[in-house]
Write a protein that binds this ligand. Structure first.
Ligand code: KIV
Ligand code: NA
Length: 265
């Protein structure tokens, strides 16, 4: 299968073909999603709250992103692999963003990096793009800024819609290859999608976006809670709990292992 490249993302928008993106944090899940036809895999800093036991994405370091990014890049035969630059690794200067992104590209085999913010990171996006590193933008609710934004809140309502549109255009002008829109009113996301030449990837941003992204544990129903914008396509958390408790019962009842699971002398 041919690898998804930046021009395929652009072509998909032109042809009205929706782009399907999921997060992945390891080779096992990445291989499954790649085989299922997922177009883009995001090694999200959501690894912080989904896999590392943190309350949010803020504690995640660039060092911690490396092994999962390598694992996902190795497993992806077709999908375009995007790696989040975590909080503190790009905001203060294009130079710092460059150093962080170069590390990701050199050491992981990823296809692109993602950074949060609009106009304030346009210089970063420009330098990375000029340096040969594709950048995915991220606007609307940006989890790394949740302490400024006052929690997980919808962004771009009312007067702030104009700023979000300006941010999207600034990212595109700086070279962003796609823009994630998180928790943005559906009509605004539709308007931005129509205004931009590059694809928008929505999460809680309605059906008009050029693609959709979900955190895979939300998509699969791995945990009891999931955000309102995420559809639980399965209840794998409950299924895994039932499976593990069946195993526990079988061990306790000496029903496992059976003779066929053992070796003769
Ligand atoms: O880290 C992440 O999972 C993300 C998506 C929600 C877009 O940034
Ligand atoms: Na993220």
């Amino acid at each position: 299968v041919a690898k998804v490249r930046v021009h395929h993302l652009q072509a998909a928008k032109g042809q009205g073909k929706k782009i399907a993106m999921l997060t992945a944090y390891d080779a096992l899940s990445a291989a499954i999603f790649d085989a299922a036809g997922v177009d883009m895999l995001l090694v999200g800093d959501s690894i912080g709250d989904n896999m590392l036991g943190h309350a949010n994405t803020l504690p995640v370091t660039l060092d911690e992103m490396m092994p999962p990014a390598r694992a996902v890049a190795r497993a992806a035969k077709r999908a375009f692999v995007v790696v989040d630059l975590p909080f503190g690794s790009y905001e203060d200067s294009p130079t710092r963003a460059f150093e962080s992104a170069v590390r990701v590209m050199k050491e992981t085999g990823a296809d692109a990096v993602k950074i949060e913010g609009g106009t304030r990171v346009a210089d970063q996006v420009r330098l990375l793009t000029q340096s040969g590193i594709p950048v995915v933008g991220h606007l609307g609710f940006t989890p790394q800024s949740e302490n400024i934004l006052g929690g997980k809140r919808i962004q771009g309502r009312g007067d702030s819609a104009g700023q979000l549109r300006a941010d999207a255009l600034a990212l595109q002008a700086a070279g962003a290859v796609a823009i994630v829109l998180e928790m943005v009113p559906a009509p605004l996301a539709g308007q931005v999608t129509a205004e931009l030449a590059v694809p928008t990837i929505g999460i809680g941003a309605g059906a008009a976006c050029d693609g959709q992204v979900l955190v895979w544990t939300d998509m699969a129903g791995m945990r009891e809670w999931s955000p309102r914008f995420a559809r639980r396509f399965a209840e794998l958390g409950a299924a895994l709990t039932a499976t593990a408790s069946e195993y526990v019962q079988a061990v306790r009842a000496s029903q496992f292992p059976a003779p066929e699971h053992g070796y003769d002398s």
